[in-house]
Design a protein around this ligand. Structure first.
Ligand SMILES: Cc1cc2nc3c(=O)[nH]c(=O)nc-3n(C[C@H](O)[C@H](O)[C@H](O)COP(=O)(O)O)c2cc1C
Length: 217
């Protein structure tokens, strides 16, 4: 390590941009998520839809990776992936997952926990056809999460499918599609000075109402 490198333990930041109170957060966490998402958009933060997806499969070990939020509907948070991937195997064994957004420019974090389901095939078809052609071919060419001996395999696969689907509509691979995370907890975190952050948690009750509470930072 270089002698000039800064001491990691000395990296710290005081959060001063905003506060979060119950009145602002309101009673509907979906509506409030939309408000924060729009504010992140207005702040011109890049990749505001990048979120960490945490899963724990048959081995009960947590695994986390970034995926892109592609929709928010009445049920929850939608993303697309390869159903045969490592995350797909985790989800098949255990549908309880967590999502995490960190919009550092706004000193905000959103934590989401819930149960995941596949979206209807017709919705996956519609989204798949909206993707750029290269991404559609890529979904066929990449056996996501499988070990491959060399990058060359990907390029050979890509060329093979490019040729196979030349001049015809590229069908959605059966192993590729969307998931929706149906939340039972959504927590909004706003950084505040001296680590006295604001945390507003929404928990879904058995009769599907949201109950709001405040957590200590
Ligand atoms: C910014 C960013 C966006 C990504 N978006 C997706 C996505 O939407 N879907 C996906 O399957 N993988 C996405 N990935 C790749 C995943 O992080 C991960 O490498 C891949 O899904 C394999 O994960 P798994 O082996 O745990 O299944 C993205 C990665 C980054 C850094």
């Amino acid at each position: 390590m270089s002698q000039q490198s800064i001491n990691i333990a000395d990296i710290r930041m005081d959060y001063i941009l905003a506060a979060l109170d119950e009145e602002t957060a309101g009673s509907d966490p979906f509506l409030f998520f939309n408000t924060w998402f729009r504010e992140a958009e207005a702040a011109q933060i890049t990749e505001i839809n990048a979120m960490t997806l945490a899963t724990a499969g048959a081995d009960a070990a947590p695994h986390a990776r970034i995926v892109l939020l592609k929709g928010l509907d009445d049920r929850g948070f939608v993303f697309f992936t390869n159903y045969d991937s490592a995350k797909g195997a985790d989800i098949a064994a255990n549908p309880q997952v967590a999502l995490l957004f960190f919009w550092k420019e706004l000193e905000r974090q959103v934590r989401i926990e819930g149960k995941i389901e596949k979206i209807p095939e017709s919705d996956s078809d519609t989204y798949f056809q909206s993707r750029p052609i290269g991404s559609r071919i890529g979904a066929w060419a990449s056996p996501q999460s499988s070990e491959i001996p060399h990058r060359h395999i990907l390029e050979t696969n890509f060329a093979k499918y490019e040729n196979e689907f030349s001049g015809i509509e590229i069908p959605r691979p059966p192993h590729w599609g969307g998931f929706v995370v149906v939340p039972n907890k959504i927590e909004f975190w706003q950084g505040r000075s001296s680590r006295m952050h604001d945390r507003i948690l929404y928990t879904k009750t058995t009769n599907k109402d949201w109950v709001r509470s405040r957590l200590a930072p």
